[in-house]
Design a protein around this ligand. Structure first.
Ligand code: NAP
Length: 515
């Protein structure tokens, strides 16, 4: 039955068969390194003189691939191709569009470990994180394909006697999809296919650090039968061509996922109506986070410590949902801190190609430098109790780092670091805990560990974040189960993988016929 949906299971790498298959996929991907990836505009492969190189962050000498870069003329060509393709694509039935996503999901499922292996190599993801990224991408395709079919007949509205009223959704036009490096498959594929399945055509601009995985995904969409011009793959430098894409008068909407700084810029640029522009652009902007794990005095303290550690250090803390600030009730502060430090010191940091590695590198040199500068700052703002060291001699490795006794207003407690660094703060009581939890500009995710039912209900009301979790960590939202998106400076609260997401890519049309 087409409307049934359950998420893609994660691979269990304790099983020898899965381990062996993954190792074989890694070996295969190792034979594919160094290839060149041209632009794909209107299904045509276009080589450019200007190229960028995607490098392995765990081994900075290893080239994953070289990629042609689009300039303004080429993105203009892509814009015209997408505009032309829109005229026919918008007329496709929703079921036929959904079928392309179902086919693409099936292809990806068959090649799941291959996609995950590219994520290991290009993004430095350990096996389980890569596996979750691929599973999420498949989930997005499956979920949005099912969702769009439910919109087929619009939403029922009332009709008075002698009239027939209908309320239907129609696509918007050409969208610009700008994706981040940290979920280079799931977020890129999810944002691209939500736009496509609702009848829009797109220009896809992947993050500079992770263009190869995006190229592999575009190949899958072509294999699944997507017509030419619907998805145009245009890697380009965000800082150089980004404004042109956003400001283009034919751009109908922009879907951005990335930092607050770039998101705010896009929001502002898109708001200005350009000569020849016939609409107000829509912007979906999902931005950064400064996410809190709060531990109450009667929490399960072992669960609290393991939740803190997995939220802070999964994928080297490079998740918008990463728990980078911890607030603990003073009665249990020392005990939870000690437990978290012990767990952190046992984590393995190293080559993500090894199944035993818990944490791989951070994405690139700029990121490494920024995180290391926060670690220096942390030595002034708090007490270093774990980690604190980095090594960029072969890849960008940083030890999982904990700072204790950090003031709630310190930069470490306020700014997104996007690396394996977590700050601990002490709260006097539950009121103070909620106060500290909400004392940030962001509002993406949060977690509360407590056995106190009244505090759970209070947090449900008072803890102001888009995704709030009880008695678990604050990362790991599942498509269709925990729709994802934050409040405040975390973005436009679009809720990827949720029931309202597709509607953001469409406009509603009312028709009323009188007899
Ligand atoms: P980023 O530096 O903001 O880059 C995101 C994308 O924007 C990249 O494709 C980048 O291209 C592009 N870009 C840069 N400047 C641009 C401009 N002027 N105009 C248009 N596009 C431009 O973010 P990132 O480092 O890749 O990702 C990490 C950030 O994403 C964190 O802040 C994290 O919290 C956030 N994030 C949020 C969510 C969420 O759902 N809320 C999910 C994942 C990540 P280049 O790579 O070519 O510069």
């Amino acid at each position: 039955m087409v409307l049934q949906y359950s998420h893609e299971p994660f691979s269990n790498f304790k099983l020898d068969t899965n381990k062996k298959e993954f190792q074989e996929s890694l070996s295969y991907v190792n034979t594919q390194l160094g290839k060149h990836y041209p632009l794909i505009i209107n299904a045509e492969r276009i080589e450019t003189e200007e190229k960028t190189f995607s490098m392995n962050p765990a081994n900075t000498k290893e080239v994953i691939g070289s990629i042609s870069l689009a300039n303004k003329e080429l993105v203009e060509h892509a814009m015209q191709s997408a505009s032309n393709a829109f005229e026919s694509w918008k007329k496709w039935s929703l079921e036929h569009r959904a079928n392309i996503l179902f086919r693409a999901a099936a292809i990806m499922r068959r090649r799941k470990h291959e996609f995950s292996s590219y994520l290991v190599k290009e993004a430095g993801k350990p096996w389980n994180e890569a596996d979750a990224d691929t599973a999420e991408a498949i989930d997005f395709l499956e979920y949005y394909a099912r969702q769009v079919i439910q919109l087929k007949d619009g939403i029922p509205v009332k009709s008075r006697e002698g009239e027939y009223n209908q309320y239907n959704y129609v696509p918007l036009g050409v969208g610009i999809i700008i994706s981040p490096f940290n979920f280079p498959l799931a977020i890129m594929a999810g944002t691209a296919t939500a736009a496509i399945v609702t009848g829009n055509t797109i220009l896809l601009k992947p993050a500079d650090a992770t263009p190869v995985i995006a190229a592999k995904f575009v190949e899958v969409m072509e294999e699944a039968g997507l017509p030419q011009g619907v998805l145009n793959y245009v890697p380009c430098r965000g800082s150089e061509v980004g404004d042109y894409l956003v400001e283009h008068p034919q751009t109908r909407f922009v879907t951005f996922t990335g930092s607050r700084e770039v998101g705010c810029r896009i929001y502002e640029k898109a708001a200005k109506v350009q000569p020849g522009q016939k609409w107000l652009k829509r912007v979906i902007a999902e931005m950064g986070g400064k996410d809190t794990v709060a531990v109450d005095k009667d929490a399960d303290l072992d669960l609290a410590a393991s939740s803190i550690v997995s939220s802070a250090f999964g994928f080297s803390g490079q998740k918008c949902s990463a728990g980078s600030r911890v607030v603990i009730h003073q009665d249990v502060y020392d005990e939870v801190l000690n437990k978290a430090v012990a767990l952190t010191k046992a984590l393995t940091v190293g080559n993500p190609e090894e199944v035993s590695t818990y944490m791989g590198p951070v994405i690139h040199k700029d990121s490494y430098k920024k995180i290391m500068s926060f670690i220096e700052l942390g030595k002034e703002e708090g007490r270093l109790v774990a980690g604190g060291e980095g090594d960029d001699s072969t890849g960008y490795f940083i030890q999982p780092t904990i700072f204790a006794d950090v003031d709630e207003n310190a930069r470490l407690m306020q700014e997104e670091i996007f690396g394996p660094v977590v700050a601990f703060s002490k709260a006097r009581d539950f009121d103070h805990m909620m106060e500290i939890a909400n004392n940030t500009d962001y509002g993406l995710t949060g977690a509360l560990l407590t056995k106190n039912r009244e505090h759970i209900e209070r947090a449900r009301e008072e803890f102001h974040v888009g995704n709030l979790y009880f008695n678990r960590g604050c990362t790991g939202a599942i498509v269709g189960y925990q729709p994802f998106g934050g409040f405040n400076m975390s973005g436009t609260n679009s809720k990827a993988g949720g029931p309202d997401y597709l509607l953001l890519h469409m406009q509603a049309k009312t028709t009323s016929e009188t007899f």
